[in-house]
Design a protein around this ligand. Structure first.
Ligand SMILES: CC(C)(COP(=O)(O)OP(=O)(O)OC[C@H]1O[C@@H](n2cnc3c(N)ncnc32)[C@H](O)[C@@H]1OP(=O)(O)O)[C@@H](O)C(=O)NCCC(=O)NCCSC(=O)CCCC(=O)O
Length: 341
């Protein structure tokens, strides 16, 4: 069940204060956002990622504190949240004219959902074109994540290519995970264990809306090639004009359901221990994380209790927005009961 260290009303009043006191890098939501669109604050406050999770509290120069919203069933902090918050901290120390283009992280310890995370930023180098930051996420005095993030000034180039976006049904023609779960729950022969599991999933307030392209594959009923696709967008309204913030949200989203791709060929096993070891990301073009984006996940290799997974985030107009890569530890045990979904 999701743990909310910042209560709904507290998060909302923090958000209102931020909206009323926007200054430079203080909040990653820029003043441009408010003027460029007719901004509905109630809508805006629905985006819990922006109002609390990615809205870090500044404690000192280059030192920030982040709180949690959604905590996975493993009761270790969600990797995407730590990466997203680390990128927010790094982005606060670079000028508005710079854009995040890549990050590389190691998850060195499990995050503790009972306490906030501190983010210490080291200004590694400010170059003419590229600027590098190193961020350490700390709990109980020890690092849980180390992250290097790099930023660049806008530099056009005649070299431009990208893969072609896979041809898939549009999000409007697909069901959300919640709608799919309601469908499964209405099956009269559903096993009690499965019903309990699905109800737990429903109660889990994940801040991302997901529409799987192939729901059967999503629920691992038969061996599949290690590749899956889904449309995803962050819940709530963020608005245009703040690419740093959209990159931080994408960093959060990019760790979601990625590692599970390596399990798709093995429905006979389920993970007894799964955790991402590292996570890298490259940002290629502007995008909006509050609009539907296609997440293409594949796993080229698994072995030695590890799985390698790669992801591509596509804008719905076919532009490749971001790529990511991750290795995770995967320890499995045989499934004893066949799925009743
Ligand atoms: C990866 C580790 C665990 C490595 O630390 P370590 O001390 O080397 O730990 P470890 O020896 O691997 O033990 C971990 C666990 O694995 C067990 N183990 C060890 N060897 C075996 C074996 N041969 N067979 C079966 N089990 C084995 C150990 O007993 C440990 O179990 P335990 O934690 O004690 O229950 C650590 O660095 C760590 O916890 N890092 C943080 C990882 C993390 O939290 N990543 C982000 C969260 S994961 C995520 O967000 C993905 C979400 C995916 C999604 O939502 O789709």
């Amino acid at each position: 069940m999701a743990e909310k260290e910042v209560s709904g009303s507290q998060a909302n009043s923090n958000a209102i204060n931020k909206i009323n006191n926007l200054e430079g890098n203080e909040a990653l939501t820029s003043a441009e956002d408010e003027s460029s669109e007719s901004c509905d604050y109630n809508q805006d406050l629905k985006s819990v990622l922006v109002t609390s999770v990615l809205n870090l509290e500044q404690l000192d120069v280059d030192l920030y504190r982040g709180t949690h919203h959604w905590v996975p069933r493993t009761q270790r902090l969600f990797g995407g949240q730590i990466v997203g918050q680390a990128l927010v901290a790094a982005a606060k120390s670079v000028s508005d004219s710079l854009y995040a283009h890549s990050l590389h992280c190691y998850f060195v310890r499990a995050g503790d959902p009972k306490v906030p995370v501190l983010y210490q930023v080291d200004r590694t180098r400010d170059g003419r074109s590229f600027t590098v930051r190193s961020v350490k996420a700390v709990q109980h005095g020890q690092p849980i994540l180390i992250c290097q993030a790099s930023f660049q000034t806008l530099q056009p180039s005649p070299l431009q290519h990208q893969f072609t976006m896979p041809d898939v049904p549009l999000p409007e023609d697909l069901l959300t995970v919640e709608e799919l779960i309601h469908g499964y729950l209405s099956k009269p022969d559903l096993a009690e264990e499965a019903r309990k599991g699905l109800n737990k999933l429903l109660a889990n307030e994940v801040p991302i809306e997901i529409k799987p392209i192939n729901p059967a594959q999503f629920y691992r009923q038969a061996p599949e090639e290690p590749r899956r696709l889904f449309w995803g967008r962050v819940r709530g309204h963020i608005g245009e004009g703040n690419m740093k913030l959209h990159c931080c949200v994408a960093a959060y989203v990019s760790d979601f359901a990625l590692l599970g791709t390596a399990l798709l060929p093995y429905p006979q096993y389920r993970a007894k221990f799964a955790a991402s070891l590292d996570h890298s990301m490259w940002f290629h073009s502007t995008f909006r994380s509050d609009e539907w984006m296609l997440y293409e996940c594949e796993s080229p290799w698994a072995g030695s209790s590890r799985g390698l997974v790669q992801g591509r985030l596509w804008r719905r107009d076919g532009v490749l927005a971001a790529s990511c890569s991750q290795e995770g530890v995967l320890r499995v045990k045989p499934v004893t009961e066949p799925s009743k979904l």
